[in-house]
Design a protein around this ligand. Sequence first.
Ligand code: HEC
Ligand code: HEC
Length: 220
Amino acid sequence: MKNTIHIMVLLTLIAVSAPVVSADPPLAYEGRRLFVSYCQLCHGTGGKGDGPLAKAMKISPADLTITVRSRSDTILTKIITGEGRQTITGRDRHNLLSDAMPEWKDVFNERQVKALIAYLRFLGGAKHDLMGDPEAGMQLYQKYCQVCHGVEGDGDGIMTNLIGISPMDHTNPNVTNSLDNEELVRSILDGKGRFMPAWRGILSQTDVEALVSYIRLLSH
Ligand code: HEC
Ligand code: HEC
């Protein structure tokens, strides 16, 4: 009962406080959206090189979860845009045998290329699958979580000063990677400590899975 009152007060506070909405969505989140539209046909949703077109190709699309780890942002930009790709030399040429990878320079602006690289870095470091729909997760996050966890997810939401708490920093990959999907789901449904509310009864299992995916994309 006490916990229920706590949550009602909180939700009222959330409703009256003007939501601070980030002008741009987080880079890895935006990168995932572009990747699903433009890259997964060949590289597969998870970037492992197993997209629907992969079997039909003479040169296999790379398993990006492995190859991008050793590539710098500059090299990745050249590979993705095609601009200056022929100037790549030495060890960085490894795996780049053909022109089977399309050139995207006229398709993406600079921020979009950065976003794609952020998502590739996420794929290279992620220890857990994205279990739900991050797009639904972003909507829910802005509505219910941002007041404490912050617009960027680094734990500096407007409520933190009001009640003197330090919520989990969702942007630290070491912290988010150390918890598996089930552990995150459980913390969200059951709450944690005195100030992380239990969302069971307010959010469905699907909602919580969407949130877990969004939180993972906030880590960069
Ligand atoms: C038509 C299929 C196709 C599409 C679509 C495609 N790629 Fe590729 N990609 C390839 C192939 C094939 C290779 C391997 C090229 C080689 O070995 O010469 C590759 C290689 C790469 C590499 C280099 C991997 C390494 O060795 O480090 C990166 C990075 C990459 N792709 C990113 C992307 C991104 C980002 C997109 C979407 C914007 C994309 N690709 C879309 C086919 C594709
Ligand atoms: C009233 C402020 C508040 C709100 C609102 C809030 N959180 Fe939290 N959250 C916290 C605090 C404080 C902690 C740290 C708890 C601790 O470790 O004692 C935390 C911790 C967490 C953790 C880490 C749990 C763990 O196992 O370490 C996750 C995941 C999380 N919150 C997700 C969310 C999600 C998703 C939402 C929105 C549905 C949300 N939080 C809303 C305050 C809040």
